[in-house]
Design a protein around this ligand. Structure first.
Ligand SMILES: Cc1cc2nc3c(=O)[nH]c(=O)nc-3n(C[C@H](O)[C@H](O)[C@H](O)COP(=O)(O)O)c2cc1C
Length: 245
């Protein structure tokens, strides 16, 4: 197996870090990896905020529900889906912003930011560092945007902790091939036949070292999606200038 596959296959989210701060050189290498990703129409619609101010980091960490490891990792970043640069260009050219406000443009920015974030994460893991994405910044997306001084046409999408791992969990079993992969057209029956995976996950959850539980994938997903979460995100996107249509 080559080293890239080894890195990808051994991914686990890390939630326990040594306090060692990342060097400027490491940070630059990771940024370059993030910027090397593909970008829809080369819009490069994202920005990366490196949260080095301890007070700001503490405030953001308290919003995430993942405060302990957000505070102690070697670095904490926010990936922002960002069409503000394009908005400024259009404004300077005296053009309307309708092409930026669309759901399609928002999707472009979210995909670009996500590709950059995953490239950054894999590069960090290839160096032996550990990472954990922090969607918890969207628990209070308005306060996060305010704290970060974010302009219109930007969305604080993800946090990312990066650092030297103190402890690592075992790799989590993924959905079997038959549930996620099909040749040509979608197959409703096999994609949703989760009997085997539920058995695998029931064993995994009951035997894992931390947070052991008597549950399975179907039960977890049913509980998770029975609740409407972060309802204000849609409203926030509209406030940021997106029409969601
Ligand atoms: C977009 C995104 C947001 C996430 N947000 C959080 C978070 O706020 N807190 C956390 O502890 N883990 C978070 N995670 C990590 C997931 O829980 C984790 O990836 C998943 O359980 C699979 O485990 P693994 O990464 O160890 O394979 C997030 C992952 C992604 C992709």
């Amino acid at each position: 197996m080559n080293k890239t596959l080894e890195t990808l296959y051994s991914h686990v989210s890390v939630r326990s870090f040594e306090g060692t701060i990342l060097s400027a050189e490491t940070k630059d290498q990771l940024l370059r990896a993030a910027q090397s990703g593909s970008s829809s129409n080369f819009v490069q619609a994202y920005s990366l905020l490196d949260i080095t101010d301890p007070g700001l980091r503490e405030t953001l960490a308290d919003i995430t529900n993942s405060a302990a490891y957000v505070k102690e990792s070697g670095a904490f970043y926010i990936f922002v889906a960002d069409l503000y640069r394009q908005a400024v260009m259009l404004e300077k050219a005296g053009k309307p912003l309708d092409g930026i406000r669309t759901m399609e443009s928002l999707m472009v920015a979210i995909v670009d930011a996500t590709i950059a974030a995953q490239s950054f994460a894999v590069a960090a893991e290839s160096m032996g560092l550990g990472i954990c994405f922090i969607g918890g910044i969207r628990n209070d997306i308005r306060t996060v945007a305010k704290q970060l001084n974010l302009p219109k046409f930007t969305v604080p999408l993800l946090g990312l902790t990066v650092g030297t791992p103190l402890a690592k969990n075992g790799v989590k079993p993924r959905l079997p091939k038959k549930n996620v992969y099909v040749e040509n057209t979608y197959d409703k029956k096999t994609m949703t036949d989760l009997h085997d995976y539920d058995a695998i996950m029931r064993t995994y959850y009951s035997e894992r070292d931390s947070n052991a539980a008597d549950t399975d994938f179907t039960q977890k997903m049913t509980e998770f999606f029975s609740v409407i979460r972060r309802k204000e995100v849609g409203e926030f996107l509209k406030e940021q200038g997106f029409r969601l249509e």
